[in-house]
Write a protein that binds this ligand. Structure first.
Ligand code: FMN
Length: 155
């Protein structure tokens, strides 16, 4: 069962830089909550210890070919067995960037999150096209909302 750990794990993958920018803004927003530790990592560098240590996870993926980035899937492939039954109820959120859609990536990540039995606590965010100031501010707000919810024990 997920505990009240005050740490948010933000994993992302980015080939072209858009998701990296988005993930940095999400993490910047989360870091405004001083009681919460925010760990920002490329999915390829994150592993089971990061997952078992967090009280919430945020997943940032571009949509590639109608689904999540391969490295996000790889994180799930590598952690599922060891995490099974140990992260039940973990609050999660997805943010996606896409050229014209993004819904496939969200849907596929949601299906996997259901396998881990994670808990959706906020609406996922889908950004189509290059994020501007408004979208980046929205990401910061989302990160801060997740962190505040975790800090206050709402999630
Ligand atoms: C190989 C590849 C496949 C893509 N497939 C899709 C897709 O299926 N749907 C979509 O909306 N955008 C698609 N895109 C556009 C990316 O989702 C978009 O450019 C995104 O911002 C890239 O993020 P990144 O810069 O972090 O890699 C694709 C881009 C690449 C490079």
């Amino acid at each position: 069962m997920a505990t009240g750990k005050k740490r948010i794990l933000v994993i992302y993958h980015s080939q072209g830089g858009t998701m990296e920018l988005m993930a940095r803004h999400f993490a910047r927003g989360a870091a405004r909550e001083k009681e919460i530790t925010t760990v920002l990592k490329p999915a390829a560098e994150a592993g089971i210890d990061d997952l078992l240590d967090c009280g919430a996870i945020a997943i940032g993926s571009p949509e590639y070919f109608g689904t999540m980035a391969g490295m996000i899937k790889d994180f799930f492939d590598r952690t599922f067995g060891a995490a099974q039954e140990k992260t039940i109820g973990l609050p999660f959120i997805i943010f996606v960037c896409a050229g014209n859609d993004g819904r496939g990536a969200i849907m596929q990540i949601e299906r996997i999150a259901a396998g881990y039995k994670w808990r959706k606590v906020l609406e996922h965010l889908r950004i189509v096209g290059r994020p501007g100031e408004k979208e980046l501010a929205e990401l910061e707000e989302l990160g801060q909302t997740l962190a505040a919810g975790l800090d206050f024990g709402i999630f």
